[in-house]
Ligand binder design. Sequence first.
Ligand code: SF4
Length: 363
Amino acid sequence: MPTGEEPLAGATHARDAALTESIAPSLLAWAERNGRCDLPWQLDPTPYRVWVSEIMLQQTQVATVIPYYEGFIERFPDVAALAAAPLDEVLHAWTGLGYYARARNLHRAAHLVVERHDGCLPDAIDALQTLPGIGRSTAGAILALSRGARHPILDGNARRVLARLFAVEGDPVSGDTLSRLWTLAEACTPQDRVPEYTQAIMDLGAAVCRRSRPLCDECPLQDACLAYRTGRQRELPSPRRRAARPCQSAYALVIRDAHGALLLQRRPSVGVWGGLWSLPQFETEKESLLWLATHLPTAIIERHDVPSQRHVFTHYELELRLRVARHDATRREIAGCTWYDRHNPARVGLTRAVTEILDTLCQ
Ligand code: SF4
């Protein structure tokens, strides 16, 4: 197997070289009949609009992204508007989408684009990749879809399609396997109609070459596909090697005042839920009770029996044990905290811990 991104050549890759030439024409013909062309970010594919869509689409389904995307673009129509907005506003627009590092990176990157590039996303892929949250595939997609520039992409969908088409073994996101997939992505990208091809390979991965139960009988690449020919669609791409996620527990206070407002505390700017507003959270129950006695001495713990919340992050799982308290005395301001009134909500970003509480206990 090659270790770099050398052109496909030699006996080892003669088969792949023949296959790559057949991919784009078949895919483009399929896309003309089946591709999506009415998604909101496709209607006016400026670099900024494509960038926002590509970031939102990481880890998130198209149907979920659409309303968030439309709200985000309405509120932040261009890079300058995004850079000028407070982070709280950006996180507020992102609340519910998850993976908030994406929103923080978008905001930081918008600042850098204003400072370094006069508010216009750069056309050079190297410059684009220096911005927070923009890796090689995202940079390639932005330039391909908005500028028609010939850059390959290798998002999750393209990775899966290529790994199956060419029967590429191994962890698809690291080492030699990743290099090999980039080589194939580069070789398959046509010289012309790059935006259509880029959208088509993403669409095929999402709609046909699905992670489980791919619809091979509807696939325009079936004749070329090595996984199909050898019945190995389920085995490819090879499962990623992941370390087991450790489980941590913490205590969180659900404190409501006499008007039903919920006390929220801002999370540190780095780490999980960075910059979002969440329930006051502590490592131990003793710490939580001490904090409550110090800051809201007249508050009363009402319930210990609320089911815990479980949150899954990239590197660990968190069990949040909830203690529900009531504060009927005059509202007190506490540094780093705010009273959140869901009927007159502040424009801030909320953690999933809070949105779950609002949906259950604070109806
Ligand atoms: Fe994916 Fe099946 Fe098409 Fe191969 S034939 S690319 S496995 S959908």
